[in-house]
Design a protein around this ligand. Structure first.
Ligand code: AKG
Length: 340
């Protein structure tokens, strides 16, 4: 029987070979030598002072790529550095300490877990993650980790600032679709917020496995803080996997499935994945803005009254989210199941 300690991979033990249940079949491997760097990732300067330029750049990026990076985004270097540092500190804790927070139940609002959905998947992924619900903060912070002792303060400050950035982006995204700036936010309702602090320990055989296999994000908007030193994020563009090199001052912004649905397919929720490396651990912090459970996801009329039909049937976010977690990650796009 598996002991508790072996459930997570950030156990301090350096593996010399990849355990069998992490090895992907030949056809599903990442083929790392074939992955080129993405040379023209849109990097959008939110501090440039020209709102119509920002709106155009964001609209173009959402249509063409489904993701972009932002700089001068309003979060201070200090807020970001502290979040990364406390994430590293958490994953360096003794495994017995971390295992007190372990759960493989996706419905838990605070948990340390591993891989993606251990109860559903057949092959595991080389990732541990701390997953937290973050809104409303006063409801969820009490259940967050108490060690490191600075975790709650640092992470709650980070969450509040990221939320404001997310709302600012949703307003621009709304305008870039020709809608009123509040339009998308109004459909999304009182938005939930989740955070995944992802930790990918050095992996003995990175060619054979993933940190996270290809997936799209089921929520509305994702704000990803990548490790500033260690690369690992890759996106699928025109059928090819491309690596997103870390940009020290940028967040990576992903359009999630709900914005693809609300834009009636004009904006893309792209496939992305995280690969691992043999030398260094990698940390990323993903913040997810999620529609409220009861939000009815229906494209605003302005996006369908040009004669284009609604691609997706009406659904609530609650229905979508349940469907997403009932499946494995690397299947067809979950939105395909909601087409008219
Ligand atoms: O670690 C990364 O760069 C990607 C993380 C991610 O895609 C996720 O947490 O959903």
């Amino acid at each position: 029987m598996e002991s508790l300690e072996t459930k997570v991979i950030s156990s301090g033990i350096r593996h010399t070979s990849l355990p069998r249940n992490y090895i992907r079949p030949q056809s599903e491997r990442p083929k790392l030598s074939e992955v080129a760097d993405c040379e023209n990732v849109p990097v959008i300067d939110l501090g440039c002072g020209d709102r119509s330029l920002i709106t155009k750049q964001i609209g173009d990026a959402c249509r063409e790529y489904g993701f972009f990076q932002v700089i001068n985004h309003g979060l201070s270097k200090e807020t970001i550095q502290k979040m990364l540092a406390v994430g590293h500190e958490f994953f360096s804790l003794p495994v017995e300490e971390k295992m007190k927070l372990y759960s493989d139940d996706p419905s838990k609002t605070m948990r340390l877990s591993t891989s993606f959905n251990v109860k559903k998947e057949t092959v595991h992924n080389w990732r541990d993650y701390l997953r937290l619900h973050c809104y409303p903060l006063e409801k969820y912070v009490p259940e967050w980790p108490t060690i490191p002792s600075s975790f709650k303060d640092i992470a709650s400050n980070y969450c509040m600032e990221v939320r404001q950035l997310g709302f600012r982006l949703q307003e621009v995204i709304s305008e870039s679709l020709g809608l009123d700036k509040e339009s998308l936010k109004n459909v999304l309702g009182e938005q939930g917020q989740h955070m995944a602090v992802n930790y990918y320990p050095p992996c003995p055989e990175p060619e054979l496995t993933y940190g996270l296999p290809a997936h799209t994000d089921p929520n509305a908007l994702t704000i990803l803080l990548q490790d500033s030193q260690v690369a690992g994020l890759q996106v699928l563009k025109d059928g090819k996997w491309l690596a997103i090199k870390p940009h020290p001052d940028a967040f990576v912004i992903n359009i999630g499935d709900q914005l693809q649905a609300l834009s009636n397919g004009k904006y893309k929720s792209i496939w992305h994945r995280a690969v691992v490396n043999a030398e260094k651990p990698r940390l990323s912090v993903a913040s997810f803005l999620c529609p409220c459970d009861s939000a009815m996801i229906v494209s605003p009329k302005a996006l369908t009254n040009d004669g284009s039909l609604s691609i997706y049937r009406d659904f609530t976010y609650e229905e979508y989210y349940k469907k997403f977690w009932s499946r494995n990650l690397d299947q067809e796009h979950c939105l395909e199941l909601f087409k008219n």
